[in-house]
Design a protein around this ligand. Structure first.
Ligand SMILES: Nc1nc2c(ncn2[C@@H]2O[C@H](COP(=O)(O)OP(=O)(O)O)[C@@H](O)[C@H]2O)c(=O)[nH]1
Ligand SMILES: [Mg+2]
Length: 267
């Protein structure tokens, strides 16, 4: 085929790829993740997506921020949000949402993920592809068919299952993995819900699903393989787990109240 015929075709395909490729912001909360953060960011860059990376770091006393600053000089798509002290996973994710909304244009989708390789960055396109079908919140789930967990200690498995049972009562929605932090949110969801989020720590994962239900956003789970971190330690402290429990129990009571108020109003 002559080049004069091929060239317009190639240009057209490239143009349509550029137009249809969604813009994505990936929020990575970090606290003492110096052993993981560089490798993770480099792996995300290798996906060659239309992506911005927002690292929300709470003045980690290790080299995390130094490493992100170094990468910042190499890549143009990294935003380091530096907070003065450890302020909790919930406020870190909410801060990431706010920064994502400040990009112009607003990213079509926002991914949240741990910085410890428990969540495989190569799964990002899969999450986005499902969100593109019209789901506002796609949850990477360990507890649906095809989902797996590798090397997680029994104690964490028990806590996770227990948290999921409580979360079902708190949210009033059937879902298998409420506590997974590997997710894709639509920009409509973020814009509508961000001002309603008040979580400080890990309860953010429940509050975001609860808000999806209250605002009638579509939620979908897809299987992921979760691998326990190899480097560094979990930041889930017993104080943070208590914060999670307090939120969940409060939400269960407020659901009961709503139920009884609605019933008494219909009498
Ligand atoms: N900025 C910030 N990040 C946090 C905080 N707590 C946890 N993280 C990060 O949130 C993610 C989830 O924490 P992680 O320790 O992996 O929890 P686990 O997977 O439940 O054991 C990791 O990337 C942590 O570095 C916090 O208080 N502030
Ligand atoms: Mg983790």
């Amino acid at each position: 085929m002559a080049i004069s015929v091929l060239l317009p075709k190639i240009l057209e395909t490239t143009k349509s790829n550029l137009i249809t490729e969604p813009s994505i912001a990936v929020i990575i909360p970090t606290y003492c993740e110096a052993e993981n953060v560089e490798q993770l960011i480099r792996q995300i860059q290798r996906l060659h997506l239309n992506i911005k990376i927002i690292v929300v770091d709470d003045s980690s006393p290790d080299q995390t921020q130094h490493i992100v600053n170094k990468l910042n000089r190499e890549f143009e798509n990294i935003l380091l949000v530096s907070r003065p002290k450890k302020l909790g996973l919930g406020t870190a994710i909410t801060a990431g949402f706010r920064h994502a909304l400040e990009f112009d244009p607003t990213p079509d989708f926002v991914i949240t993920m741990d910085s410890d390789f428990s969540h495989n960055p190569n799964d990002i396109p899969r999450l986005v592809n499902i969100a593109k079908k019209g789901y506002n919140l796609v949850v990477g789930s360990r507890y649906v068919a095809g989902g797996k967990m590798k090397n997680w200690p029994l104690s964490r498995k028990i806590i996770s299952r227990f948290a999921n049972i409580l979360a079902t009562g708190a949210v009033g929605l059937r879902l298998n993995d409420f506590t997974s932090g590997f997710r894709c949110y639509s920009k409509d969801y973020i814009a509508k819900v961000v001002s309603k989020l008040h979580s400080t720590t890990y309860e953010i994962q429940i509050e975001t699903i609860r808000q999806a239900r209250l605002n009638e956003f579509q939620v979908k789970e897809i299987p992921i393989t979760f691998i326990n971190r190899k480097n560094g330690n979990s930041k889930l402290s017993s104080a943070e787990f208590l914060g999670f429990l307090t939120y969940v129990v409060g939400a269960i009571f407020s659901n009961f109240n709503l139920f009884f108020i609605r019933r008494s109003q219909t009498k």
